[in-house]
Design a protein around this ligand. Structure first.
Ligand code: ERO
Length: 309
């Protein structure tokens, strides 16, 4: 079996990659993902200026997953763009993802105009779902603002673009959000970002410093919500908009379920943070073993074919 996949006009040797925020802060971490079995990588979400992020401790692993309130620490847009342009020379046959978001609408347009005018040939992931910047709402929970933002962006941005979404929890919101996304030539949507503003307690205390311990939840806790968001949008979106599945992937079986729900690419966050880049080889082999056992040769043989009772 092969786990290769296609997003837009791009082919990837493997349908696994990191989730933005994990193993993607600097060239050292990104190099480790390049040299792993991952099919590609996405950068840490970049802002116009570099950011130190929230006070530490701001990330905590738990038995069932993780909680984080990093606060968008990153080395700034130019650092990641320069590296991505360098990779276009050293790895001309590979396509990478560039995650970004502005701290204001104006900044978001400034960032995307810089990408549009640059020689960047990869795929842009616009983060509409960061839950950890105090005072900043998760953009994609405001569908009117999201629609206006996308309409403005697509008036000038002509390169491949997708959006990183927060989880939705209401069928009507799936309907309304899908209706917005179907209006635009999106290359993909990525479901889901961490489930925002959870709380993890050990003994009598919170485990992270920012926001009185409130942070985005990842790991085993979130797989059912991630699968539901992948499948809800798979059933509602134009087939030209691919779906990246993120959330709760520990094993090949978890990846199989994301693809069964409709995902064309699968991103790994918490498990990658805990296990390191060797997780890509383990999970890829586990998925291939499942496919071989079931007689599936490619992921298209079962993608989106979730059975109902
Ligand atoms: C980009 C900010 C994000 C962060 C963060 O930097 O706090 N954490 C997440 O779980 N998701 C995000 O989208």
């Amino acid at each position: 079996a092969t786990t290769k996949t296609k997003i837009g006009n791009f082919e990837f040797e493997n349908c696994f990659m990191n989730a933005a925020g994990v193993y993607c802060y600097d060239k050292n971490e990104l190099e480790q993902v390049i040299n792993s079995q991952a099919g590609t990588f996405v950068t840490k979400t970049a802002t116009l200026q570099s950011r130190p992020g929230n006070p530490e401790p701001r990330y905590h692993d738990t038995t069932l997953g993780s909680i984080n309130s990093m606060g968008l620490p990153n080395l700034g847009f130019d650092y990641y763009l320069d590296y991505l342009l360098e990779l276009q020379k050293t790895h001309p046959h590979r396509t990478f993802f560039f995650s970004l978001v502005g701290m204001s609408t104006e900044d978001t347009h400034a960032l995307l105009k810089k990408v549009q005018e640059s020689d960047f040939k990869g795929i842009t992931e616009l983060n509409l779902s960061c839950p950890n910047v105090p005072g900043k709402p998760q953009i994609a929970y405001d569908l009117e603002t999201t629609e206006k933002l996308l309409a403005d962006i697509f008036s000038y941005f002509k390169k491949p673009l997708g959006v990183k979404l927060p989880p939705y929890f209401d069928i009507v919101h799936f309907d309304q959000a899908a209706a917005v996304f179907n209006k635009f030539p999106l290359t993909f949507i990525n479901c889901i970002n961490s489930i925002g503003n959870g709380l993890v307690i050990e003994d009598e205390s919170v485990v992270i410093k920012p926001k009185n311990g409130f942070g985005g939840i990842g790991g085993e806790y979130i797989k059912p919500t991630a699968l539901a968001n992948v499948h809800a949008f798979y059933k509602r979106l134009n087939s030209s908009i691919k779906i990246i599945g993120t959330g709760g992937i520990l094993t090949g079986q978890d990846a199989f379920e994301h693809i069964l729900c409709g995902a064309s690419m699968v991103q790994i966050g918490t498990t990658l943070h805990k296990e390191g880049p060797s997780a890509f080889e383990r999970i890829t082999n586990e998925l291939k073993a499942i496919m071989d056992k079931k007689g599936y040769k490619t992921i298209e043989d079962f993608r989106g074919k979730l059975k109902y009772l």
